[in-house]
Design a protein around this ligand. Sequence first.
Ligand code: CA
Length: 513
Amino acid sequence: MHNTAIKTAPNDNVAIVATPTGLKRGSIVLGTTVLVEEIPMGHKVALQTLEMGDEVRRYGQVIGYATRTIEKGSWVNEGNISLPEPPKLDAIEYKPVRPPVEDDEELKAQLRKASFMGYRNADGSVGTKNVLAITTSVQCVAGITNFIENKIRKELLPLYPNVDDVVAFNHSYGCGIAIDAPGAIVPIRTIKNIAQNPNFGGEVMIIGLGCEKLRPEKIAPPLGEGGLSILYLQDERFEGFFEMVDGIMELAETHLQKLNQRQRTRCSVADLVVGMQCGGSDAFSGLTGNPVSGFAADLIVKAGGTVFFSEVTEVRDAIHLLVPRAMDETVAQKLKDEMAWYDNYLYQGQADRSANTTPGNKGGGLSNIVEKALGSVAKSGTSPIVDVVSPGEKVRKKGLNFVATPASDFACGTLQLAAGMNMHVFITGRGTPYGLNMVPVIKVSSNSKLANRWHDLIDFDAGPVAFGEKTIEEMGWELFHLILEVASGTKKVATDKLGLYNDLVLFNPGPLT
Ligand code: CA
């Protein structure tokens, strides 16, 4: 027998309708609540009569206040609840809360045994794919780098069978920018650090125009054991387009020869760097997909690996629950500083965090950003937060990191790539074909209705958790094993099978000129 409505914490006064077709007026949920109107799947039903001004509680937290009397059994949505103020940052004191120390020997043994086959790099990082990246210093070259990408794929990749793909990293930055503005550091270090993503094996090839403000040398990595080459299209040795093409193809071959020698070797879970992200969330995301991903995140961290969670506007309203999880006072302060920076960034644009929720989120039952954030942070699991990585920076510590990014799927994915992720887990309730060509993206659906409809786009269905058919723990382990298989290259994700890839989007808080 399926649950018809789900309560997320004992003192909640609303529950989520779980039945895929929604529930008709007169249906009885959780024993005593009789629906006074029809309520769609994912939406909230009042479990008691709420007077105007009463707290509406989900996840044991206040997600809003009733703006009029809401009868028991009524539909609770953005039309009858108000948006509370976000937690005041200065008022949050650092009082550490730690998960219990792990003493399960069987679990420890199981995690020690777990491994995957990855590409070990000279700097110690590990790739899950073997890709030739073409980094660019300015948008002016994009037409040519796209042309080159196709030509390499057709003519050179068949000669280097061990290389999975070639990717031109085109972006809108490089010229017409205020390069000395404080915000410019974000896109510059993002481009630089993406070129050093573990999946590119330390081979960095930069194509510049020649007159741009962003000098290719500024985004080149420090000289290491990998290869670095820089080519300017304005170089006077090139007479016309086809000579440029020949010049780039020649450089590409030198990098492909080295990439082709990469071999997968056995790596431990400690070598995983998994970026967690949500997109197109619904009310189930916080019940199924995010807690299941959070459970897998905890397993990876317990095994010594690295996990990122991000999306500032989706953690802002849950920050009071995250600060106690910071490793120390410095990390707690950095968390609050990133929130304050983003509050100000939004304020400058005459917006606030309430601009985050989409019509799709609301259609899926999420009334406001508070409810969305409380569900969103579940994907971080329960581990202590060891460090906070600012937008575009590279990760410094293993363990659970907060990587500060916008919630926009493409901006977040781009910044997580820069931070060094080698695997991406993306949780969706409404559905999105989101994919990246630089790292595998495992798409997790929060409800089986979506997984059934999008059977060839979703990689993992966390829906069975909603109906009690499987536990969060069972599904968390399944996702953990899937991550290892995908990281090993033995299982392909849907977007890699179909070749569906989004553009990367640079986060540029600085002005253009
Ligand atoms: Ca997102």
